[in-house]
Design a protein around this ligand. Structure first.
Ligand SMILES: Cc1cc2nc3c(=O)[nH]c(=O)nc-3n(C[C@H](O)[C@H](O)[C@H](O)COP(=O)(O)O)c2cc1C
Length: 377
């Protein structure tokens, strides 16, 4: 018997009532043209909402800042044309009875400069240095910092005005906010570097500004990871005390829920306990927490960093037993599903019905075809 009662029980995040705890993970799909999605995106998200997910988190979208666009094929969260499509997406997901948060993204030095519309404009980061950055780059001035913080606030206000049910801040994977967290990329000699309290300051100021721009019960979720897109062994925190110094101030600044980004959700985070990153963050902050990473899949998100869409991963319901046990004992509150929900838009309904044999494998090649025809339909 798979203990999944918790997965299908309701949950409140701030003022938001979720029908269940199954969440679609934020996933970039490169379907935008010049930062604007087509209305097919509404059908794509609606299918996952109809498939039973209680909450959809959108692909990462650029905050209103000149070098926040990852590529020209990733969506903007500013400008009339882009926002008109986002409004349709919100309406489509709500019509299917689900909730939706926008993922707000500034890629910092992770920006793929040559694939943007403004390749001569340098990417920015705490110190202009990132082991995998594409030139040109420069370090952020005080006014850059103020501009980016204001842009996050603006994006949060826009999300609330468009009818989104909350925001998910991309604070992981080696992008801008995480570049401040990580010692390798933060080489500043001002108040934004030094102790963890200094490295977390930028993220805290972002959250505080967003909280100031939205109503008190508008949910703010924060994605935190140890791993970086191009370096899986990277870590921000080596023990629970260090982790607390990151997530404590973020919680105090106004985060309602943490999205703990892992590649395999069952792996213990620190020695001496079988709790994962989501478990630790929930315990240390007292806030809601969410786990992600290979739920119902036999292979993790990419074993090689050069495979953008990942590799073939077989479907298996085996790790649902562990998921259910961890949720039942209170380690985390939400389960976030990425690749398995791309391959199975109706993932939540399949699991709820126990129809595990119907789960399809994740295959990036067939996915590209599937999604193209899905989007053109
Ligand atoms: C195609 C693809 C695109 C992704 N894009 C994003 C993104 O825009 N923002 C983000 O925070 N994570 C992104 N991720 C990571 C997922 O949100 C998720 O954390 C990861 O896939 C692990 O979950 P899974 O094992 O269930 O797939 C992406 C993953 C995939 C496979």
């Amino acid at each position: 018997m798979v203990p999944l009662g918790f997965l299908f029980s309701p949950l409140k995040i701030g003022g938001l009532d979720l029908a269940n705890r199954v969440v679609m993970a934020p996933m970039t799909r490169y379907f935008a043209k010049d930062g604007v999605l087509t209305s097919d995106a509404a059908a794509y998200y609606r299918r996952r909402a109809e498939g039973g997910a209680g909450l959809i988190i959108t692909e990462g979208a650029a905050i209103p800042h000149p070098v926040a666009q990852f590529r020209s094929t990733t969506p903007d969260f500013f400008g009339e044309a882009a926002l008109a499509v986002w409004r349709q997406i919100v309406e489509a997901v709500h019509a299917a009875g689900s909730s939706i948060m926008i993922q707000l993204w500034h890629p910092g030095l992770g920006r793929e400069v040559s694939r943007t519309n403004n390749p001569h404009e340098p990417s920015i980061g705490p110190s202009g240095y990132h082991p995998f950055a594409e030139a040109p780059t420069r370090s952020m001035t005080d006014s850059d910092i103020a501009d980016v913080i204001a842009a996050y606030g603006e994006a949060a206000a826009t999300a609330q005005a468009l009818g989104f049910d909350g925001v998910n801040i991309h604070g992981g994977h080696g992008y801008l906010i995480d570049e401040f967290f990580w010692t390798e990329t933060n080489r500043r000699d001002d108040g934004y570097n030094g102790a963890i309290a200094d490295r977390v300051r930028f993220g805290v100021e972002v959250v505080r500004e967003m909280r100031r721009r939205v109503r008190a019960d508008f949910p703010i979720m924060f994605r935190f990871s140890q791993w970086k897109t191009l370096l899986y062994t990277a870590r921000n925190a080596d023990d629970p005390a260090e982790l607390e110094q990151f997530v404590g101030p973020l919680a105090d600044a106004g985060v309602d829920a943490f999205d703990a980004s892992m590649r395999r959700f069952w792996i213990p985070e620190f020695e001496g306990s079988d709790m994962n990153l989501a478990g630790w963050i929930g315990k240390l902050t007292g806030k809601l927490s969410m786990a992600v990473g290979s739920i119902t899949l036999e292979g993790p998100l990419r074993t090689r960093t050069d495979k953008k869409l990942g590799e073939v991963a077989a479907a298996s319901a085996a790790n649902l037993v562990r998921l259910g046990e961890m949720m039942e004992r209170g380690d985390f509150d939400l389960a976030c599903v990425g690749r398995a929900m791309l391959a199975n838009p109706d993932w939540a309904n399949i699991i709820r019905e126990g129809a595990f044999d119907e789960l399809r494998a994740y295959d990036p090649a067939s996915l590209i075809q599937l999604e193209c025809s899905e989007w053109k339909a």
